[in-house]
Design a binder for this molecule. Sequence first.
Ligand code: 2M8
Length: 415
Amino acid sequence: MTLAERALDVLRRNDTGLFIKPGPRVYPFQWNWDSALVALGLARVDPGRGRAEVRSLLRGQWADGMVPHMVFHTPAPEYRPGPELWDSASCPGAPEVPTSGITQPPVLATAVRALHEAAPEPGFLEEVLPRLDAWHAWLGRERSFDDSSLVAIVHPWESADNSPRFDRALAGVDVEPGVEVERTDRAHVDADERPTEIDYRRYLAIVDRLQASGYRPASAAESPFVYVDLAFNSVLAAAEVDLAWLWGEIGGDGERAARAAERLREALAACWDVDEAVFHHPGEDASETVADLFPLYAGVADGIQARRLFDEALWAPERYGPAPGSPWAVTSASKASAAFDARRYWRGPVWINVNWFLIRGLERSGLVAEADALRGLTLGLVERSGFAEYYHPATGEPLGSRDFSWSAALTLDLL
Ligand code: 2M8
């Protein structure tokens, strides 16, 4: 089988009929940005199935516009925490299907654009654009945090959960001693590749506290965990650009999306650090994780910034790039960071979705040869090690789940 045939085969095997699960065993439910990235890859080979994925995710949308991070279409007692933890039925505005009460990086509008550009389906944009707009508007309304226009996340599960960039905010979350935590994840994946026990307890403690307000704290600042994630905001900025463009396709009103895109992009651009050659919150240290590179994906780096970011960070052997003895890039945390861990997920390993966002960002910044180099390296990794959830940067060893859907779907797009 060719690489493309193998990728499609993974998606077909992970297809439950209702949705495509992220991986065959570890992740039996529908996850938000997983399904969006899957739809985006399917735009290349089967746009009809891609649109079905968008529709199934939107079945989980709440009345206030939020599209949740997990949708529990069917029971899967082998994964904890599942619907019993979230108890969405007791929350006002929750949909009929059980879901989680938090969200995830909003890639969906970008996927809808890819599907539309591949093969427009009459009526599809009219059906989904108002719903995407409601989700993005909810983020701007409920998750505004300071005067910067950037939005906050209220749980690490809303982004790359185990990343060291969340450590400081997470350390402030109190956990009750002696509470038993059921770790179904470690039935399938080695413990040294997954979050630690204390971090898992903190994840559950945040859910517990958010639940008291039906997952709608009076403001993001009221949440036990709050973080302004540049990766999440860069995804949102690009999605607002795509949504405004999509509204234009049907002569609709893309004004809110266009204005939001402009504000977000301006705020991201203001995060440039001329000394470190990466983006981070002004007045704070760099996170030393790939989030510092993500504004590239939002297209906010000028020519000089993009060049420096590539040479001095993304491709620099001592930070995120290929190095002698560690040829696989981009590492999810900088190798120069004290928190770097080559095996533990989001704390160092290479991810196909991260590389995909950065390849798009390099293209957007006019660094086409550099984008090609990263594309070549990424495809070389899946060719060699299969469609893993993440990979060891030194050995290329597949880690986490095997036959991982977004790795397969994004391979289709990269090819
Ligand atoms: C991971 O998150 C879930 C919890 O939501 C887990 O650890 O069990 C993260 O990598 C997340 O970003 C991803 O969407 C999810 C499914 O692939 O797995």
